[in-house]
Design a binder for this molecule. Structure first.
Ligand code: BES
Ligand code: ZN
Length: 621
């Protein structure tokens, strides 16, 4: 009977609301992207013993999961594509069921204890990952810098941890972990945990994460890695060929941590290292605790893209310490982090610098909101409804830049000092807990804003409404004023600009505004002649240049080859999307498809999912 009930529950994708108001400290919110029922049985610790098999493209091992149970007759977990060999308790098989496969959520697992459990329960899940597990990218040696060793990295956010570890895969559940990982000898393994600094001859590594974290922060990378310390608690992992350059680029990380601590309290994770990945990494950065994963495209040789480090570091508070309860609350992770990122940058590099970042954020936000209001106005709400949808859909300027501007508005209303004190207490009060939008707003109104101020800033409209309210705070763009003047001069007279002193951000402003004002082919041709943008080695500038020049049919000397090289070597989705879009806009579907077909095997699944949709590509399967 118990089994039948469990089976019926597993087939239901949307589970009943699990709020338990009687115990607010342990309050669980229904998560539309997880099968877990934490009010009944919540995962508190994970012990992983696994081997990484490059030939089989599989992670094979045992996940021993400790649960805290309350009269639990069934215990629910998430999995996606995992091959479950057996589940045992005290070395004896236990009843369990595998739910039906759902394209978005994978298959729930339901463990059925012999009798209802209260208290601690430990189950050992013997399993292997599938070769096409979405979280895993298995790279051939040619796809690395060194070209001699293979490489593996994981990307668990948002709901991909379940493709390599059976777990309660929602951001509202936290657990500590230990892992023992066996890799081919000669390779180093690193995780979002305590890490080695040298290669172990036997290929066996042990890891500990003693602070409880949500599953989306589970991370592993394996490759020919070396470590270089950059400060008392900072360092860089990279392939030997790029280690020195990487360590130079990120030498100011300790200064950023000190600035962050001065703002919002002590760094809670002891060590903060950076891992530079091969170029197919689909994101700029991923805030895996103790070890941020990074794209190599931030290594420019001039430290001009280090705000990305400030961003991932800021997540050590906003996100990793206080975590969005579900992906509907994603802006609580990213909006706060952009705000915090800019504060760190202002403290370390000056207000002027932060002001440039702010102007770029605002311009990007306005563009994206305008586009969104035509197609999906509902997605322009901070409080987004993602049930039945891929949480990736929330990775837009709304969570990041509308969230950021909302916090700027609150800051303006109460003053920086008061807002800082509020945020410090907020992080402290809620550390190692999750937060929903509604609870945050209630806390904000309780601790910081009276009813009149909430009304005056139009808080309700900002959080629960669509579009960008017209009281969005905007500053004069200081250092960009010269850029905008130069742009006018260039557009009206084709005059040269004082670009020698321009930094990456000034170029980004120029290219963005030029696109908005409508450049023509002869103008972009002249621009490339004067400033050699096609030859830029800065991926941010390259991508902005491509997005401008491709739709105008610019085909200058070597331009197409450079675009092709870029698309076949870089897998960062933020650059791929606008570049392929520009090709479609230019009516050059054939060009886009030819490159895509060649480049696709080198991209991460996160990127191919988006590009397949964009280009209408149907993978043969
Ligand atoms: N946590 C995000 C990356 C992410 C979000 C991965 C959602 C999967 C799902 C990370 O902190 C991030 O925001 N990265 C940005 C860089 C940042 C400077 C805006 C990126 O990768 O572009
Ligand atoms: Zn982020």
């Amino acid at each position: 009977m118990q089994k039948i009930v469990a089976m019926a529950a597993l087939s239901l994708l949307v589970l009943a609301c699990q709020t338990t108001p009687s115990n607010p400290a342990n309050r669980q919110v229904m998560d539309p992207h997880s099968h877990a029922r934490p009010a009944q049985a919540i995962m508190t610790h994970l012990d992983l013993a696994m081997a990484v098999d490059f030939r089989a493209k599989a992670i094979i091992g045992t996940a021993s999961i400790t649960f805290d149970c309350h009269d639990a007759d069934s215990i629910f977990l998430d999995s996606d594509g995992l091959i479950i060999h057996s589940i045992t308790v005290d070395d004896k098989p236990v009843d369990w069921l595998h739910g039906e496969a759902n394209e978005l959520l994978g298959r729930g697992i339901c463990i059925v204890p012999s009798e209802p459990v209260t208290g601690t329960y430990v189950a050992d899940i013997h399993y292997a990952s599938a070769p096409d597990a979405t979280a895993l990218q298995w790279l051939r040696p040619e796809q690395t810098n060194g070209k001699t060793q293979p490489f593996l990295f994981t990307q668990s956010q948002a709901i991909l941890a379940r493709t390599w570890i059976p777990c309660q895969d929602g951001p509202g559940v936290r657990f500590t972990y230990h892992a023992s990982v066996k890799v081919p000898s000669g390779l180093m393994a690193v995780m979002s945990a305590t890490n080695p600094t040298t290669i172990a001859e036997d290929g066996v590594y042990e890891f500990d994460m003693r602070q409880p974290i949500p599953s989306y922060l589970m991370a592993l990378a394996v490759g020919d890695l070396a470590f270089q310390s950059t400060g008392p608690r900072t360092g860089v992992y990279a392939e030997p060929a790029i280690l020195k350059k990487s360590a130079w680029e990120f030498a100011e990380t300790e200064a950023m941590i000190q600035a962050a601590e001065a703002l919002y309290g002590p760094y809670a994770w002891d060590q903060y290292d950076l891992l530079v990945l091969p170029a197919s990494f689909p994101f700029g950065g991923m805030e895996n605790p103790r070890l941020t994963f990074l794209t190599p495209t931030v290594i420019t040789g001039d430290r001009s893209l280090v705000s990305l480090i400030a961003h991932e570091l800021a997540h050590s508070w906003s996100g990793n310490l206080v975590t969005n309860a579900t992906w509907n609350d994603f802006w609580l992770n990213e909006g706060f982090t952009v705000y915090f990122e800019h504060r760190i940058m202002a403290a370390v590099y000056g207000e002027d610098y932060a002001n440039m970042l702010r102007a770029l954020s605002h311009a990007g936000l306005v563009d994206e909101v305008n586009e969104m209001m035509v197609k999906h106005p509902e997605d322009s709400k901070l409080d987004i409804a993602l049930e039945g949808r891929n949480p990736d859909d929330a990775m837009t300027a709304i969570a990041y830049d509308k969230g950021f501007h909302f916090l700027l508005l609150v800051e303006e209303a109460v003053g920086k000092e008061t807002f800082d004190a509020f945020l410090t207490t907020y992080f402290q009060d809620h550390q190692f807990k999750s937060m929903t939008t509604d609870r945050f707003i209630a806390y904000l109104k309780d601790q910081l804003l009276d009813a009149a101020t909430w009304e005056q800033i139009r808080g309700e409209e900002w959080v629960y409404g669509t579009g960008l309210p017209d009281n969005c705070p905007v500053l004069p763009p200081l250092r960009f004023e010269a850029v905008d003047l130069a742009l006018d001069g260039f557009l009206s007279e084709g005059s040269l600009m004082p670009q020698d002193q321009w930094t990456t951000h000034e170029w980004l402003r120029f290219l963005d505004q030029l696109g908005n004002k409508g450049a023509n082919l002869s103008q972009v041709t002249a621009l490339d002649g004067m400033y050699h943008l096609t030859a830029s080695s800065n991926a941010e500038i390259q991508a902005a240049w491509f997005a401008l020049a491709i739709p105008l049919q610019y085909r200058g000397d070597g331009f197409q080859t450079v675009v092709e090289q870029f698309l076949t070597s870089v897998g960062r989705r933020k650059f791929l999307t606008p570049t392929y879009k520009a090709m479609l806009e230019a009516g050059d579907q054939d060009w886009a498809m030819t490159i895509y077909q060649a480049a696709r095997p080198g991209y991460h699944a996160v990127a191919t999912q988006t590009m397949d949709d964009l280009l209408g590509f149907k993978p043969a399967s």
